[in-house]
Write a protein that binds this ligand. Sequence first.
Ligand code: WTA
Length: 892
Amino acid sequence: MIPVPYNSIVCAAAAGGAREPLFRNPSASASASVYLLQFNCNRRRINTNNRRNNNNNFMDSNNNMRTESYLRHVDSRKLMPNGAGHIPHLKAVILGEALASEEDDLVLPSKEFSDQANVHSPEQYMEMYKRSIEDPDGFWSEIASQFYWKQKWGEKVCDENFDVRDGKIKIEWFKGGITNVCYNCLDRNIEAGLGDKVALYWEGNEPGLDGSLTYSQLLNQVCQVANYLKDIGVKKGDAVIVYLPMINELPITMLACARIGAVHSVVFAGFSAESLAQRITDCKPKAVITCNAVRRGTKPILLKDIVDAAINDSAKDGVSVDVCLVYDNPVALKREDTKWTQGRDIWWQDVIPKYPSTCPVEWVDAEDPLFLLYTSGSTGKPKGVLHTTGGYMVYTATTFKYAFDYKPSDIYWCTADCGWITGHSYVTYGPLLNGATVLVYEGFKNFMRKRMYFTTNIGLCEIDINVLRETHRVHSKTTRKNGFYMASYLPAPNYPDAGRCWDIVDKYKVSIFYTAPTLVRSLMRDGEAVRYLYALMFTVYLCEIDLRINAFGFWIRVSTHQHTPMTHLVSCGLPMMVEENLGTCLICIPFPKISDCKLCNGLKGTPSLMKELDKYVTRYSRKSLRVLGSVGEPINPSAWRWFYNVVGDSRCPISDTWWQTETGGFMITPLPGAWAQKPGSATFPFFGIQPVIVDEKGVEIDGECSGYLCIKKSWPGAFRTLYGDHERYETTYFKPFAGYYFSGDGCRRDKDGYHWLTGRVDDVINVSGHRIGTAEVESALVSHPQCAEAAVVGVEHEVKGQGIYAFVTLVDSVPYSEDLRKDLILTVRKQIGAFAAPDKIHWAPGLPKTRSGKIMRRILRKIAARQLDELGDTSTLADPNVVKQLIELSDS
Ligand code: WTA
């Protein structure tokens, strides 16, 4: 008898459950139908017509499944926790109470951590928070005084109109104060004696490629670039577009712009030429700064070609770019192979080193713009979010210090790219303002993809590319049968193997590690166990199965087919589940001790899958880690626990920071030494932030509730406008609920006041923490000559959080074809960027519309999620038949 490892059986099963996003939505776990289940074994024969014999010992000589020892977990029932017992109609055994209500699951910081923390108790937080709300001017000006101001701000610390009913929205902080963010990041810290402290470590994607810059060295390089920019005529207030990969030159360029009062607009180097052109046309930069190419795997990505195409495009719209500064990256492309426009293009290495390494500071007003960053909204046109100088500086520095409990000895690593807001506030400005040592990692894009992730409705997996080739036949069969096939090539931190992150943590003694849930999930699934799952998956593909893995076990969702009254799941010694006519159910099989795994040759004698799964983490020390952080999307409790227990060895608090491009810095976040955490909750507001939850009418709801997340009153880091479109700024953010800033997110507040973010409530999809507007993808699709109409919705995706699901209507008489499907996806990649490529194209002879012509996205979301029993009332549709057609085409 093998005891069930108690802590590994925390798993949920929703009996008869619909395709609820159990995995993602923290609130779902509290629902009544969630149990800890382990199914009773009930041995039945498998339907041999549907069986695939893998030539392994899994079948006996008569082609029957071998079923020895499947009952062993059930034997160990005496070890079960309270609440265990039978569920007769399911022939299942409950192994414990309803799954955590994570609400009641408090994870406390250790006493040692709290004792040394910047904010060490709830009382201290409350006291500071109270002050920040009651006396915001006093609270923030005290903090602001710690920075260098050439001239102190005027009388008002904050001047705002936050209510559209009272006129134009206006937010000003420290107006009249004269300062410079670059000076405060570099010169001020050097004067304070940090000149020789490392400011930036750089780790290349290729192990062994690395470098570092001290604060003094960084200042020198920033000054050289600043001098160059001045020399080519860039002045205070001018825009500069930066299209660079994650090399030190990216933060250097940002700081150089800040030094001379220029406004940088960094465009993530995964955006396409079209997207870049759109941004160039909007902000009319004096210069574009890029790199000739970067390596992604063996393939060089020719960034300069993309820039050339974008500059050509924008010229057609009457916006010309006079200077294109190109960083020479010989690892990816030779100079002589780089396409060149004489007179406009110039090599970084040819000019920058010639400039003096000191450069006077351009002193600017606190309300002068610092940067523009384009982000997706619910229309096709991206929004140029504008941040200004003083408030942003004070806010990013303060949030960084408290949310990560920053100490001068910390080594800080944020995995975000500077192309997104996180890279602005928490790779560059926040940490450098604190004099921190920051690790810049070239990123997860540039790796040799030895493995890929893919999802089918028989499972989600990560496999070796070579294995994939061999099993292609199985795939296509599966695809035909079950229809829904999503192949996603996701960046994953697994080059040269899945331990890279922790290798880097040990190499630099990283103490604060800040990343995105999507990365946590992809790491969680790494490891040899996935290969095992893969084998399992293809052995049992006879029924519709959704296979998932989390830190606690395998999740298997089984839907019985009409023609397969029994569903059998059998595998190397795992407990199996057999149930008649269950419909859909979800079971979780805890990680067992596997004595001899017959299915997966490579894993013979694996002592424990759990250990296998985590060995990529556990073989590294990670002792340096103190604080972990998460951003970009809600972190599901199981990913949270894995991050906490495995990566952080159950000793590092996790700061789950909720914020947005618009907010500039953290809004709702744990203060790690102060609060008990709840896995999956962003906890409480940061100082000065007053989050409110409102109902549809905009009425504030008190206490335990859910609704739309809004913010009352401004905060220093808030964006001030959308570049060139203040009206859109007001309409999007301040008009939906007058008197408040509307975040676009849904939120639940539990009985203890903890905040649980539940995702976007507008037409924005959050893919791997990247915001993508459905309208942007739709407009890219309809630009294809054979596409008549498109409607895009988000669909739950195991790793990316949300995937992109596109319903496409073709122009008359164009037949559906695989080539066209690929072509449509390519169109989106080309127009927006690879990260926005739809995961699924669903042919749609028509779209469900109301009689007034409005597309009923609610119905499309249900079809995409296969929640066909939840379509609701379709009688108001202009043509209710459309829905039937769409369902029929679901699996094509
Ligand atoms: C989502 C990224 C839950 C949210 C900083 C928000 C989160 C959008 C979290 C902003 C979190 C970000 N928990 N959801 N900790 N952090 N989000 O502008 O939907 O790229 O509105 O800023 O990401 O994305 P953005």
